[in-house]
Structure formats: structure tokens, C-alpha cells
Design a protein around this ligand. Structure first.
Ligand code: ATP
Ligand code: MG
Length: 584
């Protein structure tokens, strides 16, 4: 490919609306252009990268025994009603109507469609197990589409679905997919960690995410992990051992009797601690949440934070948010109190918005004695309170706590560490979550109908490309891993007017092409500086620069990953590239 013909417009500056590196780089280097919020054009360079990732995914999925198909992007409401998800899938599901007023949606994921395909086609145990996958665009009307390809509304995903007869069969396929994923990301030049995770809207019980570990802002997940053993989990799922952590922590207050004391203007735990001169571990903190429109109080020890996904799961909901100050005030009024944030407690709160108020306590409050708690009176708190005598311990006491670094590994007891991660893949054991409600069954050996035991396995193709940029860049541009680079190499004649330089550059270009390398020659009549800048920005893994030293028979060979430059003979330079691509 000639640079003069390559469809690419690099920009002088980073786009002003981009927050993260991959978004900035991919726009500036001419890979993507925004069409509308969260929706991007994949320009020719980008499309080459995406196809390479797709091909790696395809090769490894095929090698793992899965079969590719393609399902429609537009899906009918009826199937979503069968699974029960039409009602519960939130606003991310893009719903639309056709000319006959029939309701449809744009596929955010394809469990319903694949389950309908399976029940039509997989009727006998003799046909099982099966794993089917597709690579296709998905649409999710994300609340905050941001970060470019990392969190788009339209994005490309590989989604696979397995059908088994037994839980053991599913677990075997799950392990098979985990292994394929590890290979895929390694081939893409990415270091990933497989971490335990929450199952979210897809459902099921066991799930893992593949995270690209990054300390940039692009990592939307906190990952807790242990250096001593293999424990690693998303913060929405991570647990820790508390006993060791609690040594030396005061959990019992010194008040002789339960009483109500004045605590003016103590709206935060910190202010309350300062005022009463106590550690936060003596306070039972009450937070007010709205889960699927219903009021939920979360009780947790004053020094700990609530993990919202855990709380939502404990309640059994799909959508969680903290209540507003207005809602809290209203809730107080309805229940006959006058109090505001900072003074809320579970006692006496019965209903709100036509729903009974549910109280869920974290395990950390269970052992507390003579504690401090809100009593729904402004500028007052209860102190020296105890469970059962002054206030009921809620029926549901469970883990709703956000783990903190330094707490102890649930497996081996060593301190946990935390890092940020970008989720590039996700695997789930679904069980019969879709097959049962959709009546997707096969006949077993005894002629009895049985629902399939399902698994599902996703990889964000476009997110993986962006994550690769997050992991491989410097201030000059992208440093693509060779396996997913749009082109392997660029040949740069420093002066297009110099006949000798052009002759050698063209020779190298032809040799490389002949050996299967994907190569660009920068034939533009531009200053050398401009050409070097573009080559670095676009991120060609190898640059072969043909300049003055050709009079001594040498070219300059630059490796983008390290920015290392070496003088060598033109044929040697070509050889290095050819060897590298043959080793891919
Ligand atoms: P997230 O938690 O990041 O919203 P998810 O858990 O909802 O993702 P899955 O339903 O498991 O995502 O989808 C499988 C894969 O698709 C994810 O691992 C991710 O790589 C990719 N993906 C999901 N949402 C997006 C998005 N909005 N933009 C780009 N890729 C996405
Ligand atoms: Mg996920």
C-alpha cells in the first residue's frame, strides 16, 4: 500500500472530547471517527485491526470445537417475553417498532435467539454437546457512552453459547473456553487476568471476566488479587477475611446504658466520630437506596463501604441507585419522622412509595455492641444501643461490603492488592436460566425431555482493540502488537527525490510483499519529520528508513515497541520482518 493512497487523516492534536488514551490515539491517528454518541465509523486502518482480532478469535474458537453462525441484529419482542427479560432489561435495551407496530429490539446479546435456534435444531442427546458462536455488532444504549471504543453503544462482540446435558459437561466446556480465551488474548499481545465476577443481567451463578490490567483511567473495574495464590475477583464480587483485619479494632462502645444524645450537624461519619470522639467502628451506618423503585436500607459498620452490586443481588434487583435528599425527606415524613441524611436509622421505617422498606445488614454489624446508630431524629443519635434490645437485627445479614486493599485473601489469608482493569471478555455458566423458561429441551437416553444446561462466552472485539492501545503506547502514538497491527511495517524513503533511496525502498517493499508481509511505503513528497511522526502515531511495529546512509549500504531499522534503532543492510531488515511474521 502506498501511503499517498492510504485512506488515513492524522490530526495535529488530540480530540478535545476524548478522556482516555485509546480514544485520543485512535481518533488522532485516523482509525475511527465518531458518527454520533457512542457510535463510530471504523476507518480502513481500524477495520484491519478488528479483522485481525476477529481472525485470532475465530481460529481459537474453531480450534476449541465451536461452530460459527450469524444471527440477526434485530430481534422480536416475543422471544424476550419468553425469557422474561423484556420487562427486566433496563434502558440499555434499544426498543423499536416496525410499520405493523410490532415491537422489536436491537440485540445487546443473543441468549434468546440462540436458545430458539437450539430448541428447533437440537432435539436429541445424540446431537449434544454443541457450542455455537458469532462475531457481530451489538447495540446497548449505555447511560454513559464514553472512552471511545471501550464503551460504545454500537460495538463488535464475539458471543458463544454452549449446550450440554449435565453440569459436569458445562464445567468442562467452561474450562475449555477459559483456555481458549487465555490463548486469544495472549496472541493479541495482551496480558490478562481471569477474575471471578458478578453475573449481572445475563444471569447464572458462576462467571469470570478477563481483565487487561491497566493503571490508566480507562480501567473501569477494580480488581482485587492475591500475589500468594491465584485469587482474583472484580470488586463487585470480591470477598475478604475480616477476623485478622479486625484485630485491635474497637467494636464495643463504653456507654453504660442505651440513650439518645445530641449530635448537632453531624451529617457524615467523620463529623459524628469527631463530635463523639469515637472510632467509626462503633457506628452502624444506614444508607438509603432505591432498587427497582423499591426502598432499601443498607446497614454497615461506619468504617466500611457498601458494594452496590452485592446489595442489589442480596435484594434480588436489577437497577440500584442511592436515594436523593428529597426522597429521604419524603420517606421520613411518610413514616412520621423529621430527619435528614446523617441521622437515618432502620427503627420505625415501614413504607415508602407504596412499598415496604427492606433492611439489609452487612456482616460487619453483627458483632457490634453498645454502638451508635441513627434514630430518625435531626441532630440526635442513639448510643450504647444493642441488637434486639434497642433495635432489631435485620433478617437479612449478608456480605454487601466493598473489599479494601490490605484485607485478607479469602483463600490463603495474605493481604489482598487492588488494581484497575478493562474487561475484554466474560464467561458465564448459565445453567437452565434460558432453556427452562423458553422450554428449550432435548430427549435424553430414556426418551425424557430435559432442558439444556447452557453457558455463554463473550469477547469485546472492538474493546479489545482499544485495550491493546491502552496497554501499548507512548507520547508519540500507538505501539501495536505485531499480531493485530493494521500493517506489519512501513518503508520510509527520507527523500522521494533521491533516486537511489527510492530504488532501495521499492526493493524492500516488493521483497516484503512477496513474503506475505503487510507493508506500506511512504511515497509522499513530505518532510522526513512529518513521515516519522505519522509512522510513530499510526504505530507500525517496524519502520525501515532509507536515508543518506544508503551510500554506505545501510538502512535504519526501528522497532516501535522499544523505539530501538539499528543500522543494517536492506536485505537484513527485510529478513527481520519476514522472520517475525512467520513466527506469529
Ligand atoms: P461491562 O460490565 O463492561 O458493561 P458487560 O459485562 O455488560 O460489560 P458482557 O455482556 O459480558 O459485557 O459482554 C461481553 C463483552 O462485550 C465484554 O466483556 C466487553 O468486552 C464487551 N462489551 C460490553 N459492553 C460493551 C460496550 N458498551 N462497548 C464495547 N464493548 C463492550
Ligand atoms: Mg461483564
Amino acid at each position: 500500500m502506498k501511503m499517498s493512497k492510504l485512506f488515513v487523516q492524522t490530526l495535529r492534536e488530540f480530540p478535545s472530547d476524548a478522556e482516555v488514551i485509546s480514544h485520543k490515539m485512535l481518533v488522532r491517528a485516523g482509525y475511527i471517527r465518531k458518527l454520533t454518541s457512542g457510535v463510530y465509523n471504523y476507518l480502513p486502518l481500524m477495520w484491519r485491526v478488528l479483522k485481525k482480532i476477529e481472525n485470532i478469535v475465530r481460529e481459537e474458537m474453531d480450534a476449541a470445537g465451536a461452530q460459527e453462525l450469524l444471527m440477526p441484529f434485530v430481534q422480536p419482542k416475543e422471544l424476550w417475553e419468553e425469557s422474561g427479560r423484556w420487562e427486566v432489561y433496563g434502558k440499555e435495551l434499544m426498543r423499536l417498532r416496525d410499520r405493523h407496530n410490532r415491537e422489536m429490539c436491537l440485540g445487546p446479546t443473543h441468549e434468546e435467539i440462540i436458545t430458539s435456534i437450539a430448541r428447533d435444531g437440537l432435539k436429541s442427546y445424540k446431537q449434544l454437546p454443541v457450542n455455537l458462536y458469532q462475531i457481530q455488532s451489538k447495540f446497548r444504549d449505555e447511560v454513559r457512552p464514553r472512552f471511545g471504543l471501550l464503551r460504545g453503544r454500537e460495538f463488535i462482540m464475539k458471543d458463544a453459547y454452549s449446550f450440554d446435558m449435565t453440569q459436569e459437561g458445562l464445567e468442562k466446556e467452561y474450562a475449555n473456553m477459559a483456555q481458549a480465551y487465555t490463548k486469544i488474548f495472549k496472541r493479541c499481545g495482551l496480558n490478562t487476568k481471569m477474575v471471578q465476577s458478578d453475573s449481572g443481567a445475563i444471569g447464572g451463578s458462576v462467571s469470570h471476566e478477563f481483565m487487561v490490567i491497566t493503571d490508566t483511567d480507562a480501567g473501569e473495574n477494580d480488581v482485587f488479587y492475591c500475589d500468594n495464590c491465584d485469587y482474583a475477583a472484580n470488586s463487585n464480587h470480591a470477598v475478604s477475611k475480616l477476623p485478622g483485619v479486625n484485630e485491635g479494632v474497637k467494636l464495643t462502645g463504653d456507654w453504660k446504658t442505651a440513650q439518645i444524645v445530641d449530635t448537632p450537624n453531624t451529617h457524615s461519619i467523620e463529623e459524628l466520630c469527631d463530635f463523639l470522639k469515637i472510632p467509626p467502628t462503633l457506628i452502624v451506618k444506614t444508607l438509603v437506596y432505591i432498587i427497582d423503585k423499591k426502598p432499601v436500607l443498607a446497614l454497615i459498620r461506619g468504617d466500611k463501604q457498601v458494594e452496590e452490586t452485592k446489595l442489589m443481588n442480596a435484594f434480588g434487583g436489577n437497577d440500584i441507585r442511592i436515594a436523593t435528599a428529597g426522597e429521604i425527606e419524603e420517606m421520613m415524613a411518610v413514616n412520621g419522622f423529621e430527619a435528614e441524611k446523617g441521622f437515618i436509622g432502620p427503627k420505625g421505617l415501614k413504607e415508602y412509595n407504596g412499598y415496604e422498606i427492606t433492611v439489609i445488614a452487612d456482616e460487619t454489624v453483627k458483632e457490634m455492641k453498645n454502638f451508635v446508630i441513627g434514630i430518625n431524629q435531626k441532630d440526635k443519635h442513639g448510643v450504647g444501643y444493642n441488637w434486639y434490645s434497642e433495635v432489631e437485627l435485620p433478617e437479612t445479614v449478608t456480605d454487601i461490603r466493598l473489599v479494601e486493599a490490605g484485607e485478607l485473601c479469602p483463600q490463603c489469608g495474605k493481604p489482598l492488592k487492588v488494581t484497575r482493569g478493562i474487561e475484554v471478555g466474560n464467561i458465564f455458566q448459565l445453567g437452565t436460566k434460558y432453556s427452562k423458561p423458553m422450554n428449550a429441551v432435548y430427549l435424553d437416553q430414556n426418551g425424557k425431555t430435559q432442558p439444556y444446561i447452557m453457558g455463554c462466552y463473550g469477547i469485546g472485539i472492538s474493546r479489545t482493540a482499544a485495550a491493546a492501545v491502552e496497554a501499548h503506547y507512548d507520547e508519540h502514538g500507538i505501539k501495536w502488537p505485531l499480531a493485530i497491527a493494521p500493517y506489519h511495517a512501513i518503508v520510509i524513503p527520507v527523500s522521494t527525490k533521491d533516486e537511489e533511496q527510492m530504488r532501495v525502498a521499492n526493493d524492500i517493499y516488493t521483497t516484503l510483499k512477496k513474503h506475505g508481509a503487510e507493508v506500506v511505503i511512504d511515497d509522499r513528497d513530505e518532510r522526513a519529520g512529518v513521515k516519522f511522526k505519522d509512522a510513530d502515531l499510526i504505530g507500525f511495529p517496524y519502520q525501515i528508513i532509507v536515508g543518506k546512509s544508503i551510500s554506505e549500504g545501510n538502512v535504519e531499522f526501528k522497532i516501535r515497541e522499544t523505539d530501538e534503532k539499528t543500522a543494517m543492510k536492506p536485505e537484513e531488515a527485510a529478513e527481520v520482518v519476514i522472520t517475525a511474521i512467520n513466527n506469529l
